[in-house]
Write a new protein. Sequence first.
Length: 232
Amino acid sequence: MPPREDPQASAERMHALLSRWRQSLELHTRYLKLDDTHYRHVQPWPPHERPAAWIVQLARQKLAELARALAEHTTRGDLQFAVGLEQMVFLANLVGLQPTGRHLPLADPQNEQPEIMPTADSVTRELPRPRNARSSARAPRVGRNSRALPARSTRTAAPAASVPAAAPLSAAAAEVVEDGMRLMQWGRKWHELGELISRLPARPSIGETRRILRANRARIEAGATESAATRQ
């Protein structure tokens, strides 16, 4: 006969587990600024696909909601809620609910490789790069044909010219368009956008999301390209 569940022990274990998850997500948030090479070596990761920034932020939001619910039930003396959570975590790991490779592996501060993280000095040394890029862009204006260049740059510098004119969007469609621009800036392919965006909170169904994306593809691609050019 299996041992009976101890609700108080389950509550303590779930609080400890959520604390570890919170600590891990804080580390993942720090690692977002690393390039792929440094990310692969900052922790002894298991094989997995590197999570995008919006996945990390969504995980932090859901973890906060779960921790708040657990605290409320524990305060009311409803310890069976913690028992149910612990059983769900156990079954999810046992049955393999988590897709192979597509998850947020647990990050442990004790396993972090500090030499991988950028120091304040290295960040400071990299700051002048945008100024050099701007100065190199201005350099061709000095020369024999410099008089003609300002007029040419005036014609090409209008920010709104690259974004196609379109009808006003509803609030839901505007969110989908912004999500699409952001995901494309992060390197996602066009065919991935519908499924990724429909998984976000308060977004339309996948069919409606894809319809909005198709109707606004030119706007999304132009906005993503313009934003990327602005960052450079």
